[in-house]
Design a protein around this ligand. Structure first.
Ligand code: GLU
Length: 272
């Protein structure tokens, strides 16, 4: 063998080892999130920023505020300690699952219903909030419940929400207009692009508390149990979340947060 070729062997070896090491590396989404966040003293939550009462950007303070945010902060402090850095990343109903699965966020607390379809893709915590789907209309509208959504009516929903599928089942003849987020959906209702807006009652009550010319009618027609979503394989993280959710309920912290956001919302209560 020529001298030159002898050099090739170690070079190929190094190359091969590099490729092997690359294959062995875990993807971002499959790292042990609990251990990593403990080491980095940072946790990243995907939250809504377009949803009054749950997660809404306050443009004056540039802070996202709401029920989901307070639960996320409380959980972060209990799991990782008071000095943990809490990153809140805005998601929409449509972007949340890909952002979690790509590892851009550690968990989602974003008005997200636990559904069998979603459970195939991610894991959910125990139920932390009980919502139900309803409809919002302009005061005085002839539409009094989901039963009045017939051929010739148009209902507004949001992409990536299960509300859109639910309403197609409950009112198969109505037309459904899908917008990118709840801020745009409410603006579309107010500008007359649809006759009603449909999603979970808590979100709709947030809209009517912002503009009382719009009212929630007809009660709920589905059950929407909210869960915190994490990637599959994150059992220690999920366990820590569930343990602390339970403790928050037992020591009254959950009730305090619930009262802070929903205590003054007339007509709203969790469950059916
Ligand atoms: N809870 C429903 C869902 O998870 C509607 C609210 C939302 O769009 O986040 O799709």
């Amino acid at each position: 063998m020529k001298k030159k070729n002898w050099l090739l062997i170690p070079m190929l070896l190094v190359l091969g080892l590099t490729v092997l090491a690359g294959c062995g590396q875990k993807s971002v989404a499959s790292e042990d999130v609990l251990a990593r966040d403990k080491a980095n003293k940072t946790v990243v939550w995907g939250v809504k920023s377009d949803t009054r009462l749950f997660g809404l950007m306050d443009i004056k303070t540039n802070q996202i505020q709401g029920f989901d945010i307070d639960i996320a902060k409380e959980l972060s402090h209990r799991i990782y300690g008071k000095d943990v850095k809490i990153d809140l990343v805005p998601v929409t109903s449509n972007t949340r699952l890909p952002l979690l699965k790509n590892g851009n966020v550690d968990a989602l607390i974003a008005t997200m219903t636990i559904t069998p379809e979603r459970q195939k893709q991610v894991d959910f915590s125990d139920v932390y909030f009980d919502a139900g789907q309803a409809i919002l209309v302009k005061k005085g509208s002839p539409i009094k419940s989901v039963k009045d959504l017939k051929a010739g009516t148009k209902v507004i929903g949001v992409q990536g929400s299960n509300s859109v599928d639910n309403v197609k089942k409950a009112a198969p003849d109505t037309r459904v207009l899908q917008l990118a987020d709840y801020a745009q959906a409410f603006t579309a209702l107010k500008s007359g692009q649809g006759d009603a807006l449909t999603t979970d009652n808590g979100i709709l009550y947030g809209m009517s508390s912002d503009d009382p010319n719009y009212v929630v009618v007809g009660g709920t027609f589905t059950n929407e149990p909210y869960g915190i979503a994490v990637n599959k394989g994150q059992k220690p993280f999920l366990k820590a979340i569930n343990k602390n959710l339970k403790a928050m309920r037992q020591d009254g912290t959950y009730h305090k947060i619930e009262q802070k956001w929903f205590g003054k919302i007339q007509g709203f209560h969790q469950g059916r």
